[in-house]
Design a protein around this ligand. Sequence first.
Ligand code: KIV
Length: 288
Amino acid sequence: MSSHPEATKKLLVADLHKMKAEGKKISMITAYSYPQSLIVDEAGIDIILVGDSLGMVELGYRDTVPVTMDEMLNHIKPVVKAVNRAHIVGDMPFMSYNISEEQAVTNAGILYKDGGCDSIKFEGGKEFVPIAEAIHKAGIPVFGHIGLTPQTAAMMGGFKVQGKSIDAAKSVLDDALALEAAGAFALILEAIPQQLAKIITEKVKIPTIGIGGGVHCDGQVLVLHDLLGLFKRFTPKFVKVYTDAYTSQVDAVKEFIADVQGESFPAAEHSFNMKKELVEDLKRALER
Ligand code: KIV
């Protein structure tokens, strides 16, 4: 029951391209469950990413590496059921696309066909051009993800800003151009200098969505739990925390515990009554 004015119109790739052409900024957020997706779709978000950040913020893994295809599929399905308008991107977990084009197309097909998402995303630059081409040729829209790629952060010396030297910046720009040429319809630019993100955004025709990419990207993405203050383990510099939902939820549960202990819950309005005239009859009936 979304109150969004365009609640019944699903955002497609062409709509996202039109938004870039018209200079309308694109909002994107992660969600992993039915209730989370109802909330962000109701709010009017343009793109929902069922990201492999799932592993860290919902499944308690140290990083995104252990996330499996089954876990992604199990979380994409309820998101798809909840959403009316937002474009839904399914994230390909580590090692679900890294082995061969055949493996990548098969797994992209599972998320797209069985999961029901509107496109798939995977991490990696020019070295993944054959994978992007194969998935695109199979008829599945491809969302690229370049700059800092968390699945392979260990190879990058940790969670570090990418593209800071001239050579490194050229390499990230080459990644963007190569993925666009391979058929990617949009790109995540993660943790790169805003000056580089601006150049990439001007050079590619497809929308760029920044996460630590600065204000010049065509849109911005954040992990839902970061924005809501639900993930306390660490907060990257690029995150803006909009509320402290963790503390407000702890407080609500504490209040419930106190109400139970103090017998102020359930109150009369939460309880059921028998007709007055039956109460005495009931007591007599049960005493026998
Ligand atoms: O998995 C994820 O949430 C992501 C975002 C950080 C872009 O890939």
